[in-house]
Design a protein around this ligand. Structure first.
Ligand code: ADP
Length: 260
């Protein structure tokens, strides 16, 4: 009996350029904050951008983009119309279920949901489709890698060694599913006092940078803890931040380097 390589089932998404997975070893490190702000920065740099919130266990993109409680429409040809704000086309489980509803899907249902998110949504022409993955290493990550060619992955982490083990697991997973690592975004890299602008460490600096250097993983940005970023997420009013513009430039550089 012929053995099927599941990655041979990948099919490109017509009209969609680069699919970028955004992952994290654990929750709460700012993966969705990074996804939203990076999407905004890429759009401001002149790209057409989509953001698929595949963090089905805790979809936060609708709130961060002020799209909560809206429901996507279905076109005559039964394609789901993504919801758009700040120039970003989005799809999220948060548009389909109540805010407080727990999602307890496993395996086949997740694979089906990912199929619909990717293929039944009318993404149109996009330069980038960012995919905000659930934390950890599970069925959604595997499903994405099997269904579509992913240009690469960004890993988000806080700086301390407590997070490094999870980063290693996350990177190992992307390697196993043959997704190139485009870089790491270090979040909550320090705290800038809004009163005196003094920067203090929030977490003990660990070996994250040494690890990245040893494995040739570029650090795309170091984002401090900024109360304005937290407030923007709460109010659904993201602001363009230079650090994310820099991350967007470093991302395209990293994509170029992967080609050569
Ligand atoms: P994750 O997607 O990894 O679970 P979130 O992006 O939802 O994490 O962030 C968790 C919380 O931390 C949110 O309330 C978010 O607004 C806040 N947050 C994340 N990054 C920052 C930052 N750099 N500065 C301030 N608040 C942040």
């Amino acid at each position: 009996m012929a053995v099927i390589n599941p990655f041979e089932l990948q099919k490109p998404l017509g009209g969609v350029g680069k699919i970028i997975a955004i992952g994290a070893g654990k929750g709460g490190v700012g993966k969705s904050t990074v996804s939203v702000n990076l999407a905004i920065a890429l759009e401001k740099a002149g790209n057409k951008v989509g953001l698929l919130d595949a963090d089905i266990y805790g979809p936060s993109v609708p709130k961060m983009l002020n799209l909560s409680r809206l429901r996507p429409n279905m076109s005559a040809n039964k394609r789901i119309q993504p919801l758009t704000n700040f120039g970003i086309k989005t799809m999220s489980m948060g548009y389909l279920v109540d805010d407080a509803a727990a999602i307890i899907w496993r395996g086949p249902m997740l694979f089906k949901a990912m199929d619909q998110f990717l293929r039944d949504v009318d993404w149109g022409e996009l330069d980038y489709l960012l995919v905000d993955l659930p934390p950890g290493t599970g069925d959604v990550q595997l499903s994405l890698a099997q269904k579509v060619p992913v240009a690469g992955a960004i890993v988000v982490s806080t700086p301390q060694d407590m997070a490094l083990m999870d980063v290693k697991r996350c990177i190992d997973m992307f390697k196993k599913v043959k997704t190139p690592i485009l870089g790491l975004i270090e979040n909550m890299a320090g705290f800038v006092c809004p009163h005196c602008s003094h920067e203090s460490p929030l977490f003990e600096k660990g070996e994250l940078h040494d690890f990245c250097k040893a494995h040739g993983i570029p650090i795309l940005a170091q984002i401090p803890f900024k109360p304005t970023l937290g407030r923007a997420a709460e109010t659904g009013q993201p602001e363009l931040d230079n650090l994310f513009m820099e991350a967007a430039q470093n991302l395209s550089r990293s994509l170029e380097n992967k080609k050569t």
